[in-house]
Structures are given as C-alpha cells and as structure tokens.
Write a protein that binds this ligand. Structure first.
Ligand SMILES: [Zn+2]
Length: 215
C-alpha cells in the first residue's frame, strides 16, 4: 500500500472550549478504512473526530483537515471546515486518485452520512436529488416550522431520511428505494459515470442546481 495513504495521526493537547482543561486528542490526517475497517464504526459512533472533556464532560465534534480513504470502494473524502494550503497539501500527498470518488465535506455529520450512503451501495448524488423531492413533500410541515437538515441514515436493512425541524425536532421518513431508482433513471444522463478529478461538494445545493438545469 502507498505509504502516504496509510492511517496517520498525531496527539495534540487542546483546551476544552467550555472549562479550559487541557485534553489530549488524537487528530487523524489520514484514515484508511480498508487498512482498519473498525475505524468506520468508530467514526459513526463519534469515537473519532470528537472532543471529550474528562473534567466537565463536554462532548463536541472536532473538525480539522483530514482524509478518509477506502481503497476497496475507491472513496476519498476530504473533511475540513475550510479549504486552503493545508488541505491542498493533504490531497497532493495522496498521489494519483484516478477512479476514486472524491468528495469534500465541511462537517462530521456529512462525512458520516457519506460513509453510510456508500456502505449501502447507494450513490450520494442520487440521495441528494432524492432529498429535494422529499423536501417538496414536506412543504406543508414547513409552513410553521423550519427544516434545519435532512440526512440519510440506516439501521440494518431499513434506510431513512432523518429530518431535523427547528420546533418539531427530529423525525424519520423511510427511504423508498423504488423512488430512489426512479430519480436515478431520471437524472442518469446528468450524472457522469467517470468520477470527477476534483473533491466535489455533493450536497443539497449541488442537487438544487442539477434540478434547475433540468427544468
Ligand atoms: Zn471541559
């Protein structure tokens, strides 16, 4: 395996944002899921990319430039609150990623969602397009409330869209796979088979633009 693609981390001491106590955290620049499959679960269970304070028991996401690689599934996800020199260096160090699906996410929830989508052998582009259709159907509920987020999730064979409303809180809508396939077919011509050479941000905004182009 390319050495630059192996899991790499360093330990850092950072002050707790709530009580100030210095706490040791492991910061991963690279996480290679094919090398150590258990890291996938650790990310999903908030064991990685998370800050936990022993003193005041604050627990909060810890977002920093990091690459998640899965050479079996040919996935490369770049996680970082922002793009810049550090993320450029990180990506360049990986060498040739031809054939990899490259994605950029700026928060842990989106990273976890990407992992779960590909774990279920779905296409994140189709999932984002499907979300738009689901949001359209939620119009009535959005009249006196605000939809904060919508995320793919699953448990066993059941797949959902988790919807986060400001007032009503969290709800989940089963993902209708037949409907997903319909969307996939509808947009087939707009979704290139060959992965882009950029770390693409595939999110609701991206999907919204695709829908606009189609109409
Ligand atoms: Zn603390």
């Amino acid at each position: 395996m390319n050495e630059n693609r192996m899991t790499a981390w360093r330990e850092e001491e950072i002050p707790c944002p709530r009580c100030g106590q210095l706490t040791k955290v492991k910061k991963y620049h690279i996480i290679n899921a094919s090398e150590k499959p258990s890291v996938k679960k650790e990310i999903l269970k908030n064991k990685i990319y998370f800050f936990e304070c022993d003193n005041c028991s604050l627990s909060a996401p810890l977002t920093y430039p990091s690459i998640y690689l899965d050479s079996k599934k040919k996935l490369a996800f770049l996680l970082s609150p922002e793009l810049g020199e550090e993320t450029d260096d990180l990506c360049e160090g990986l060498g040739d990623l031809t054939g990899y699906k490259r994605r950029y996410v700026d928060n842990i929830n989106d990273l976890k969602e990407k992992i779960m989508i590909f774990e279920n052998r779905l296409d994140d582009r189709v999932i984002e397009l499907t979300k738009i259709e689901y949001i359209r159907q939620l119009e009535k509920e959005m009249k006196d409330d605000e939809l904060m987020n919508i995320l793919f999730d699953y448990s066993g064979n059941d797949m959902y869209m988790m919807v986060f409303f400001q007032k009503k809180g969290v709800g989940r809508i089963p993902l209708n796979l037949e409907f997903y396939r319909q969307i996939e077919n509808q947009y087939a011509r707009r979704l290139p088979v060959r992965p882009s050479e950029e770390f693409e941000k595939i999110d609701l905004e991206w999907a919204g633009n695709i829908v606009l182009q189609r109409n």
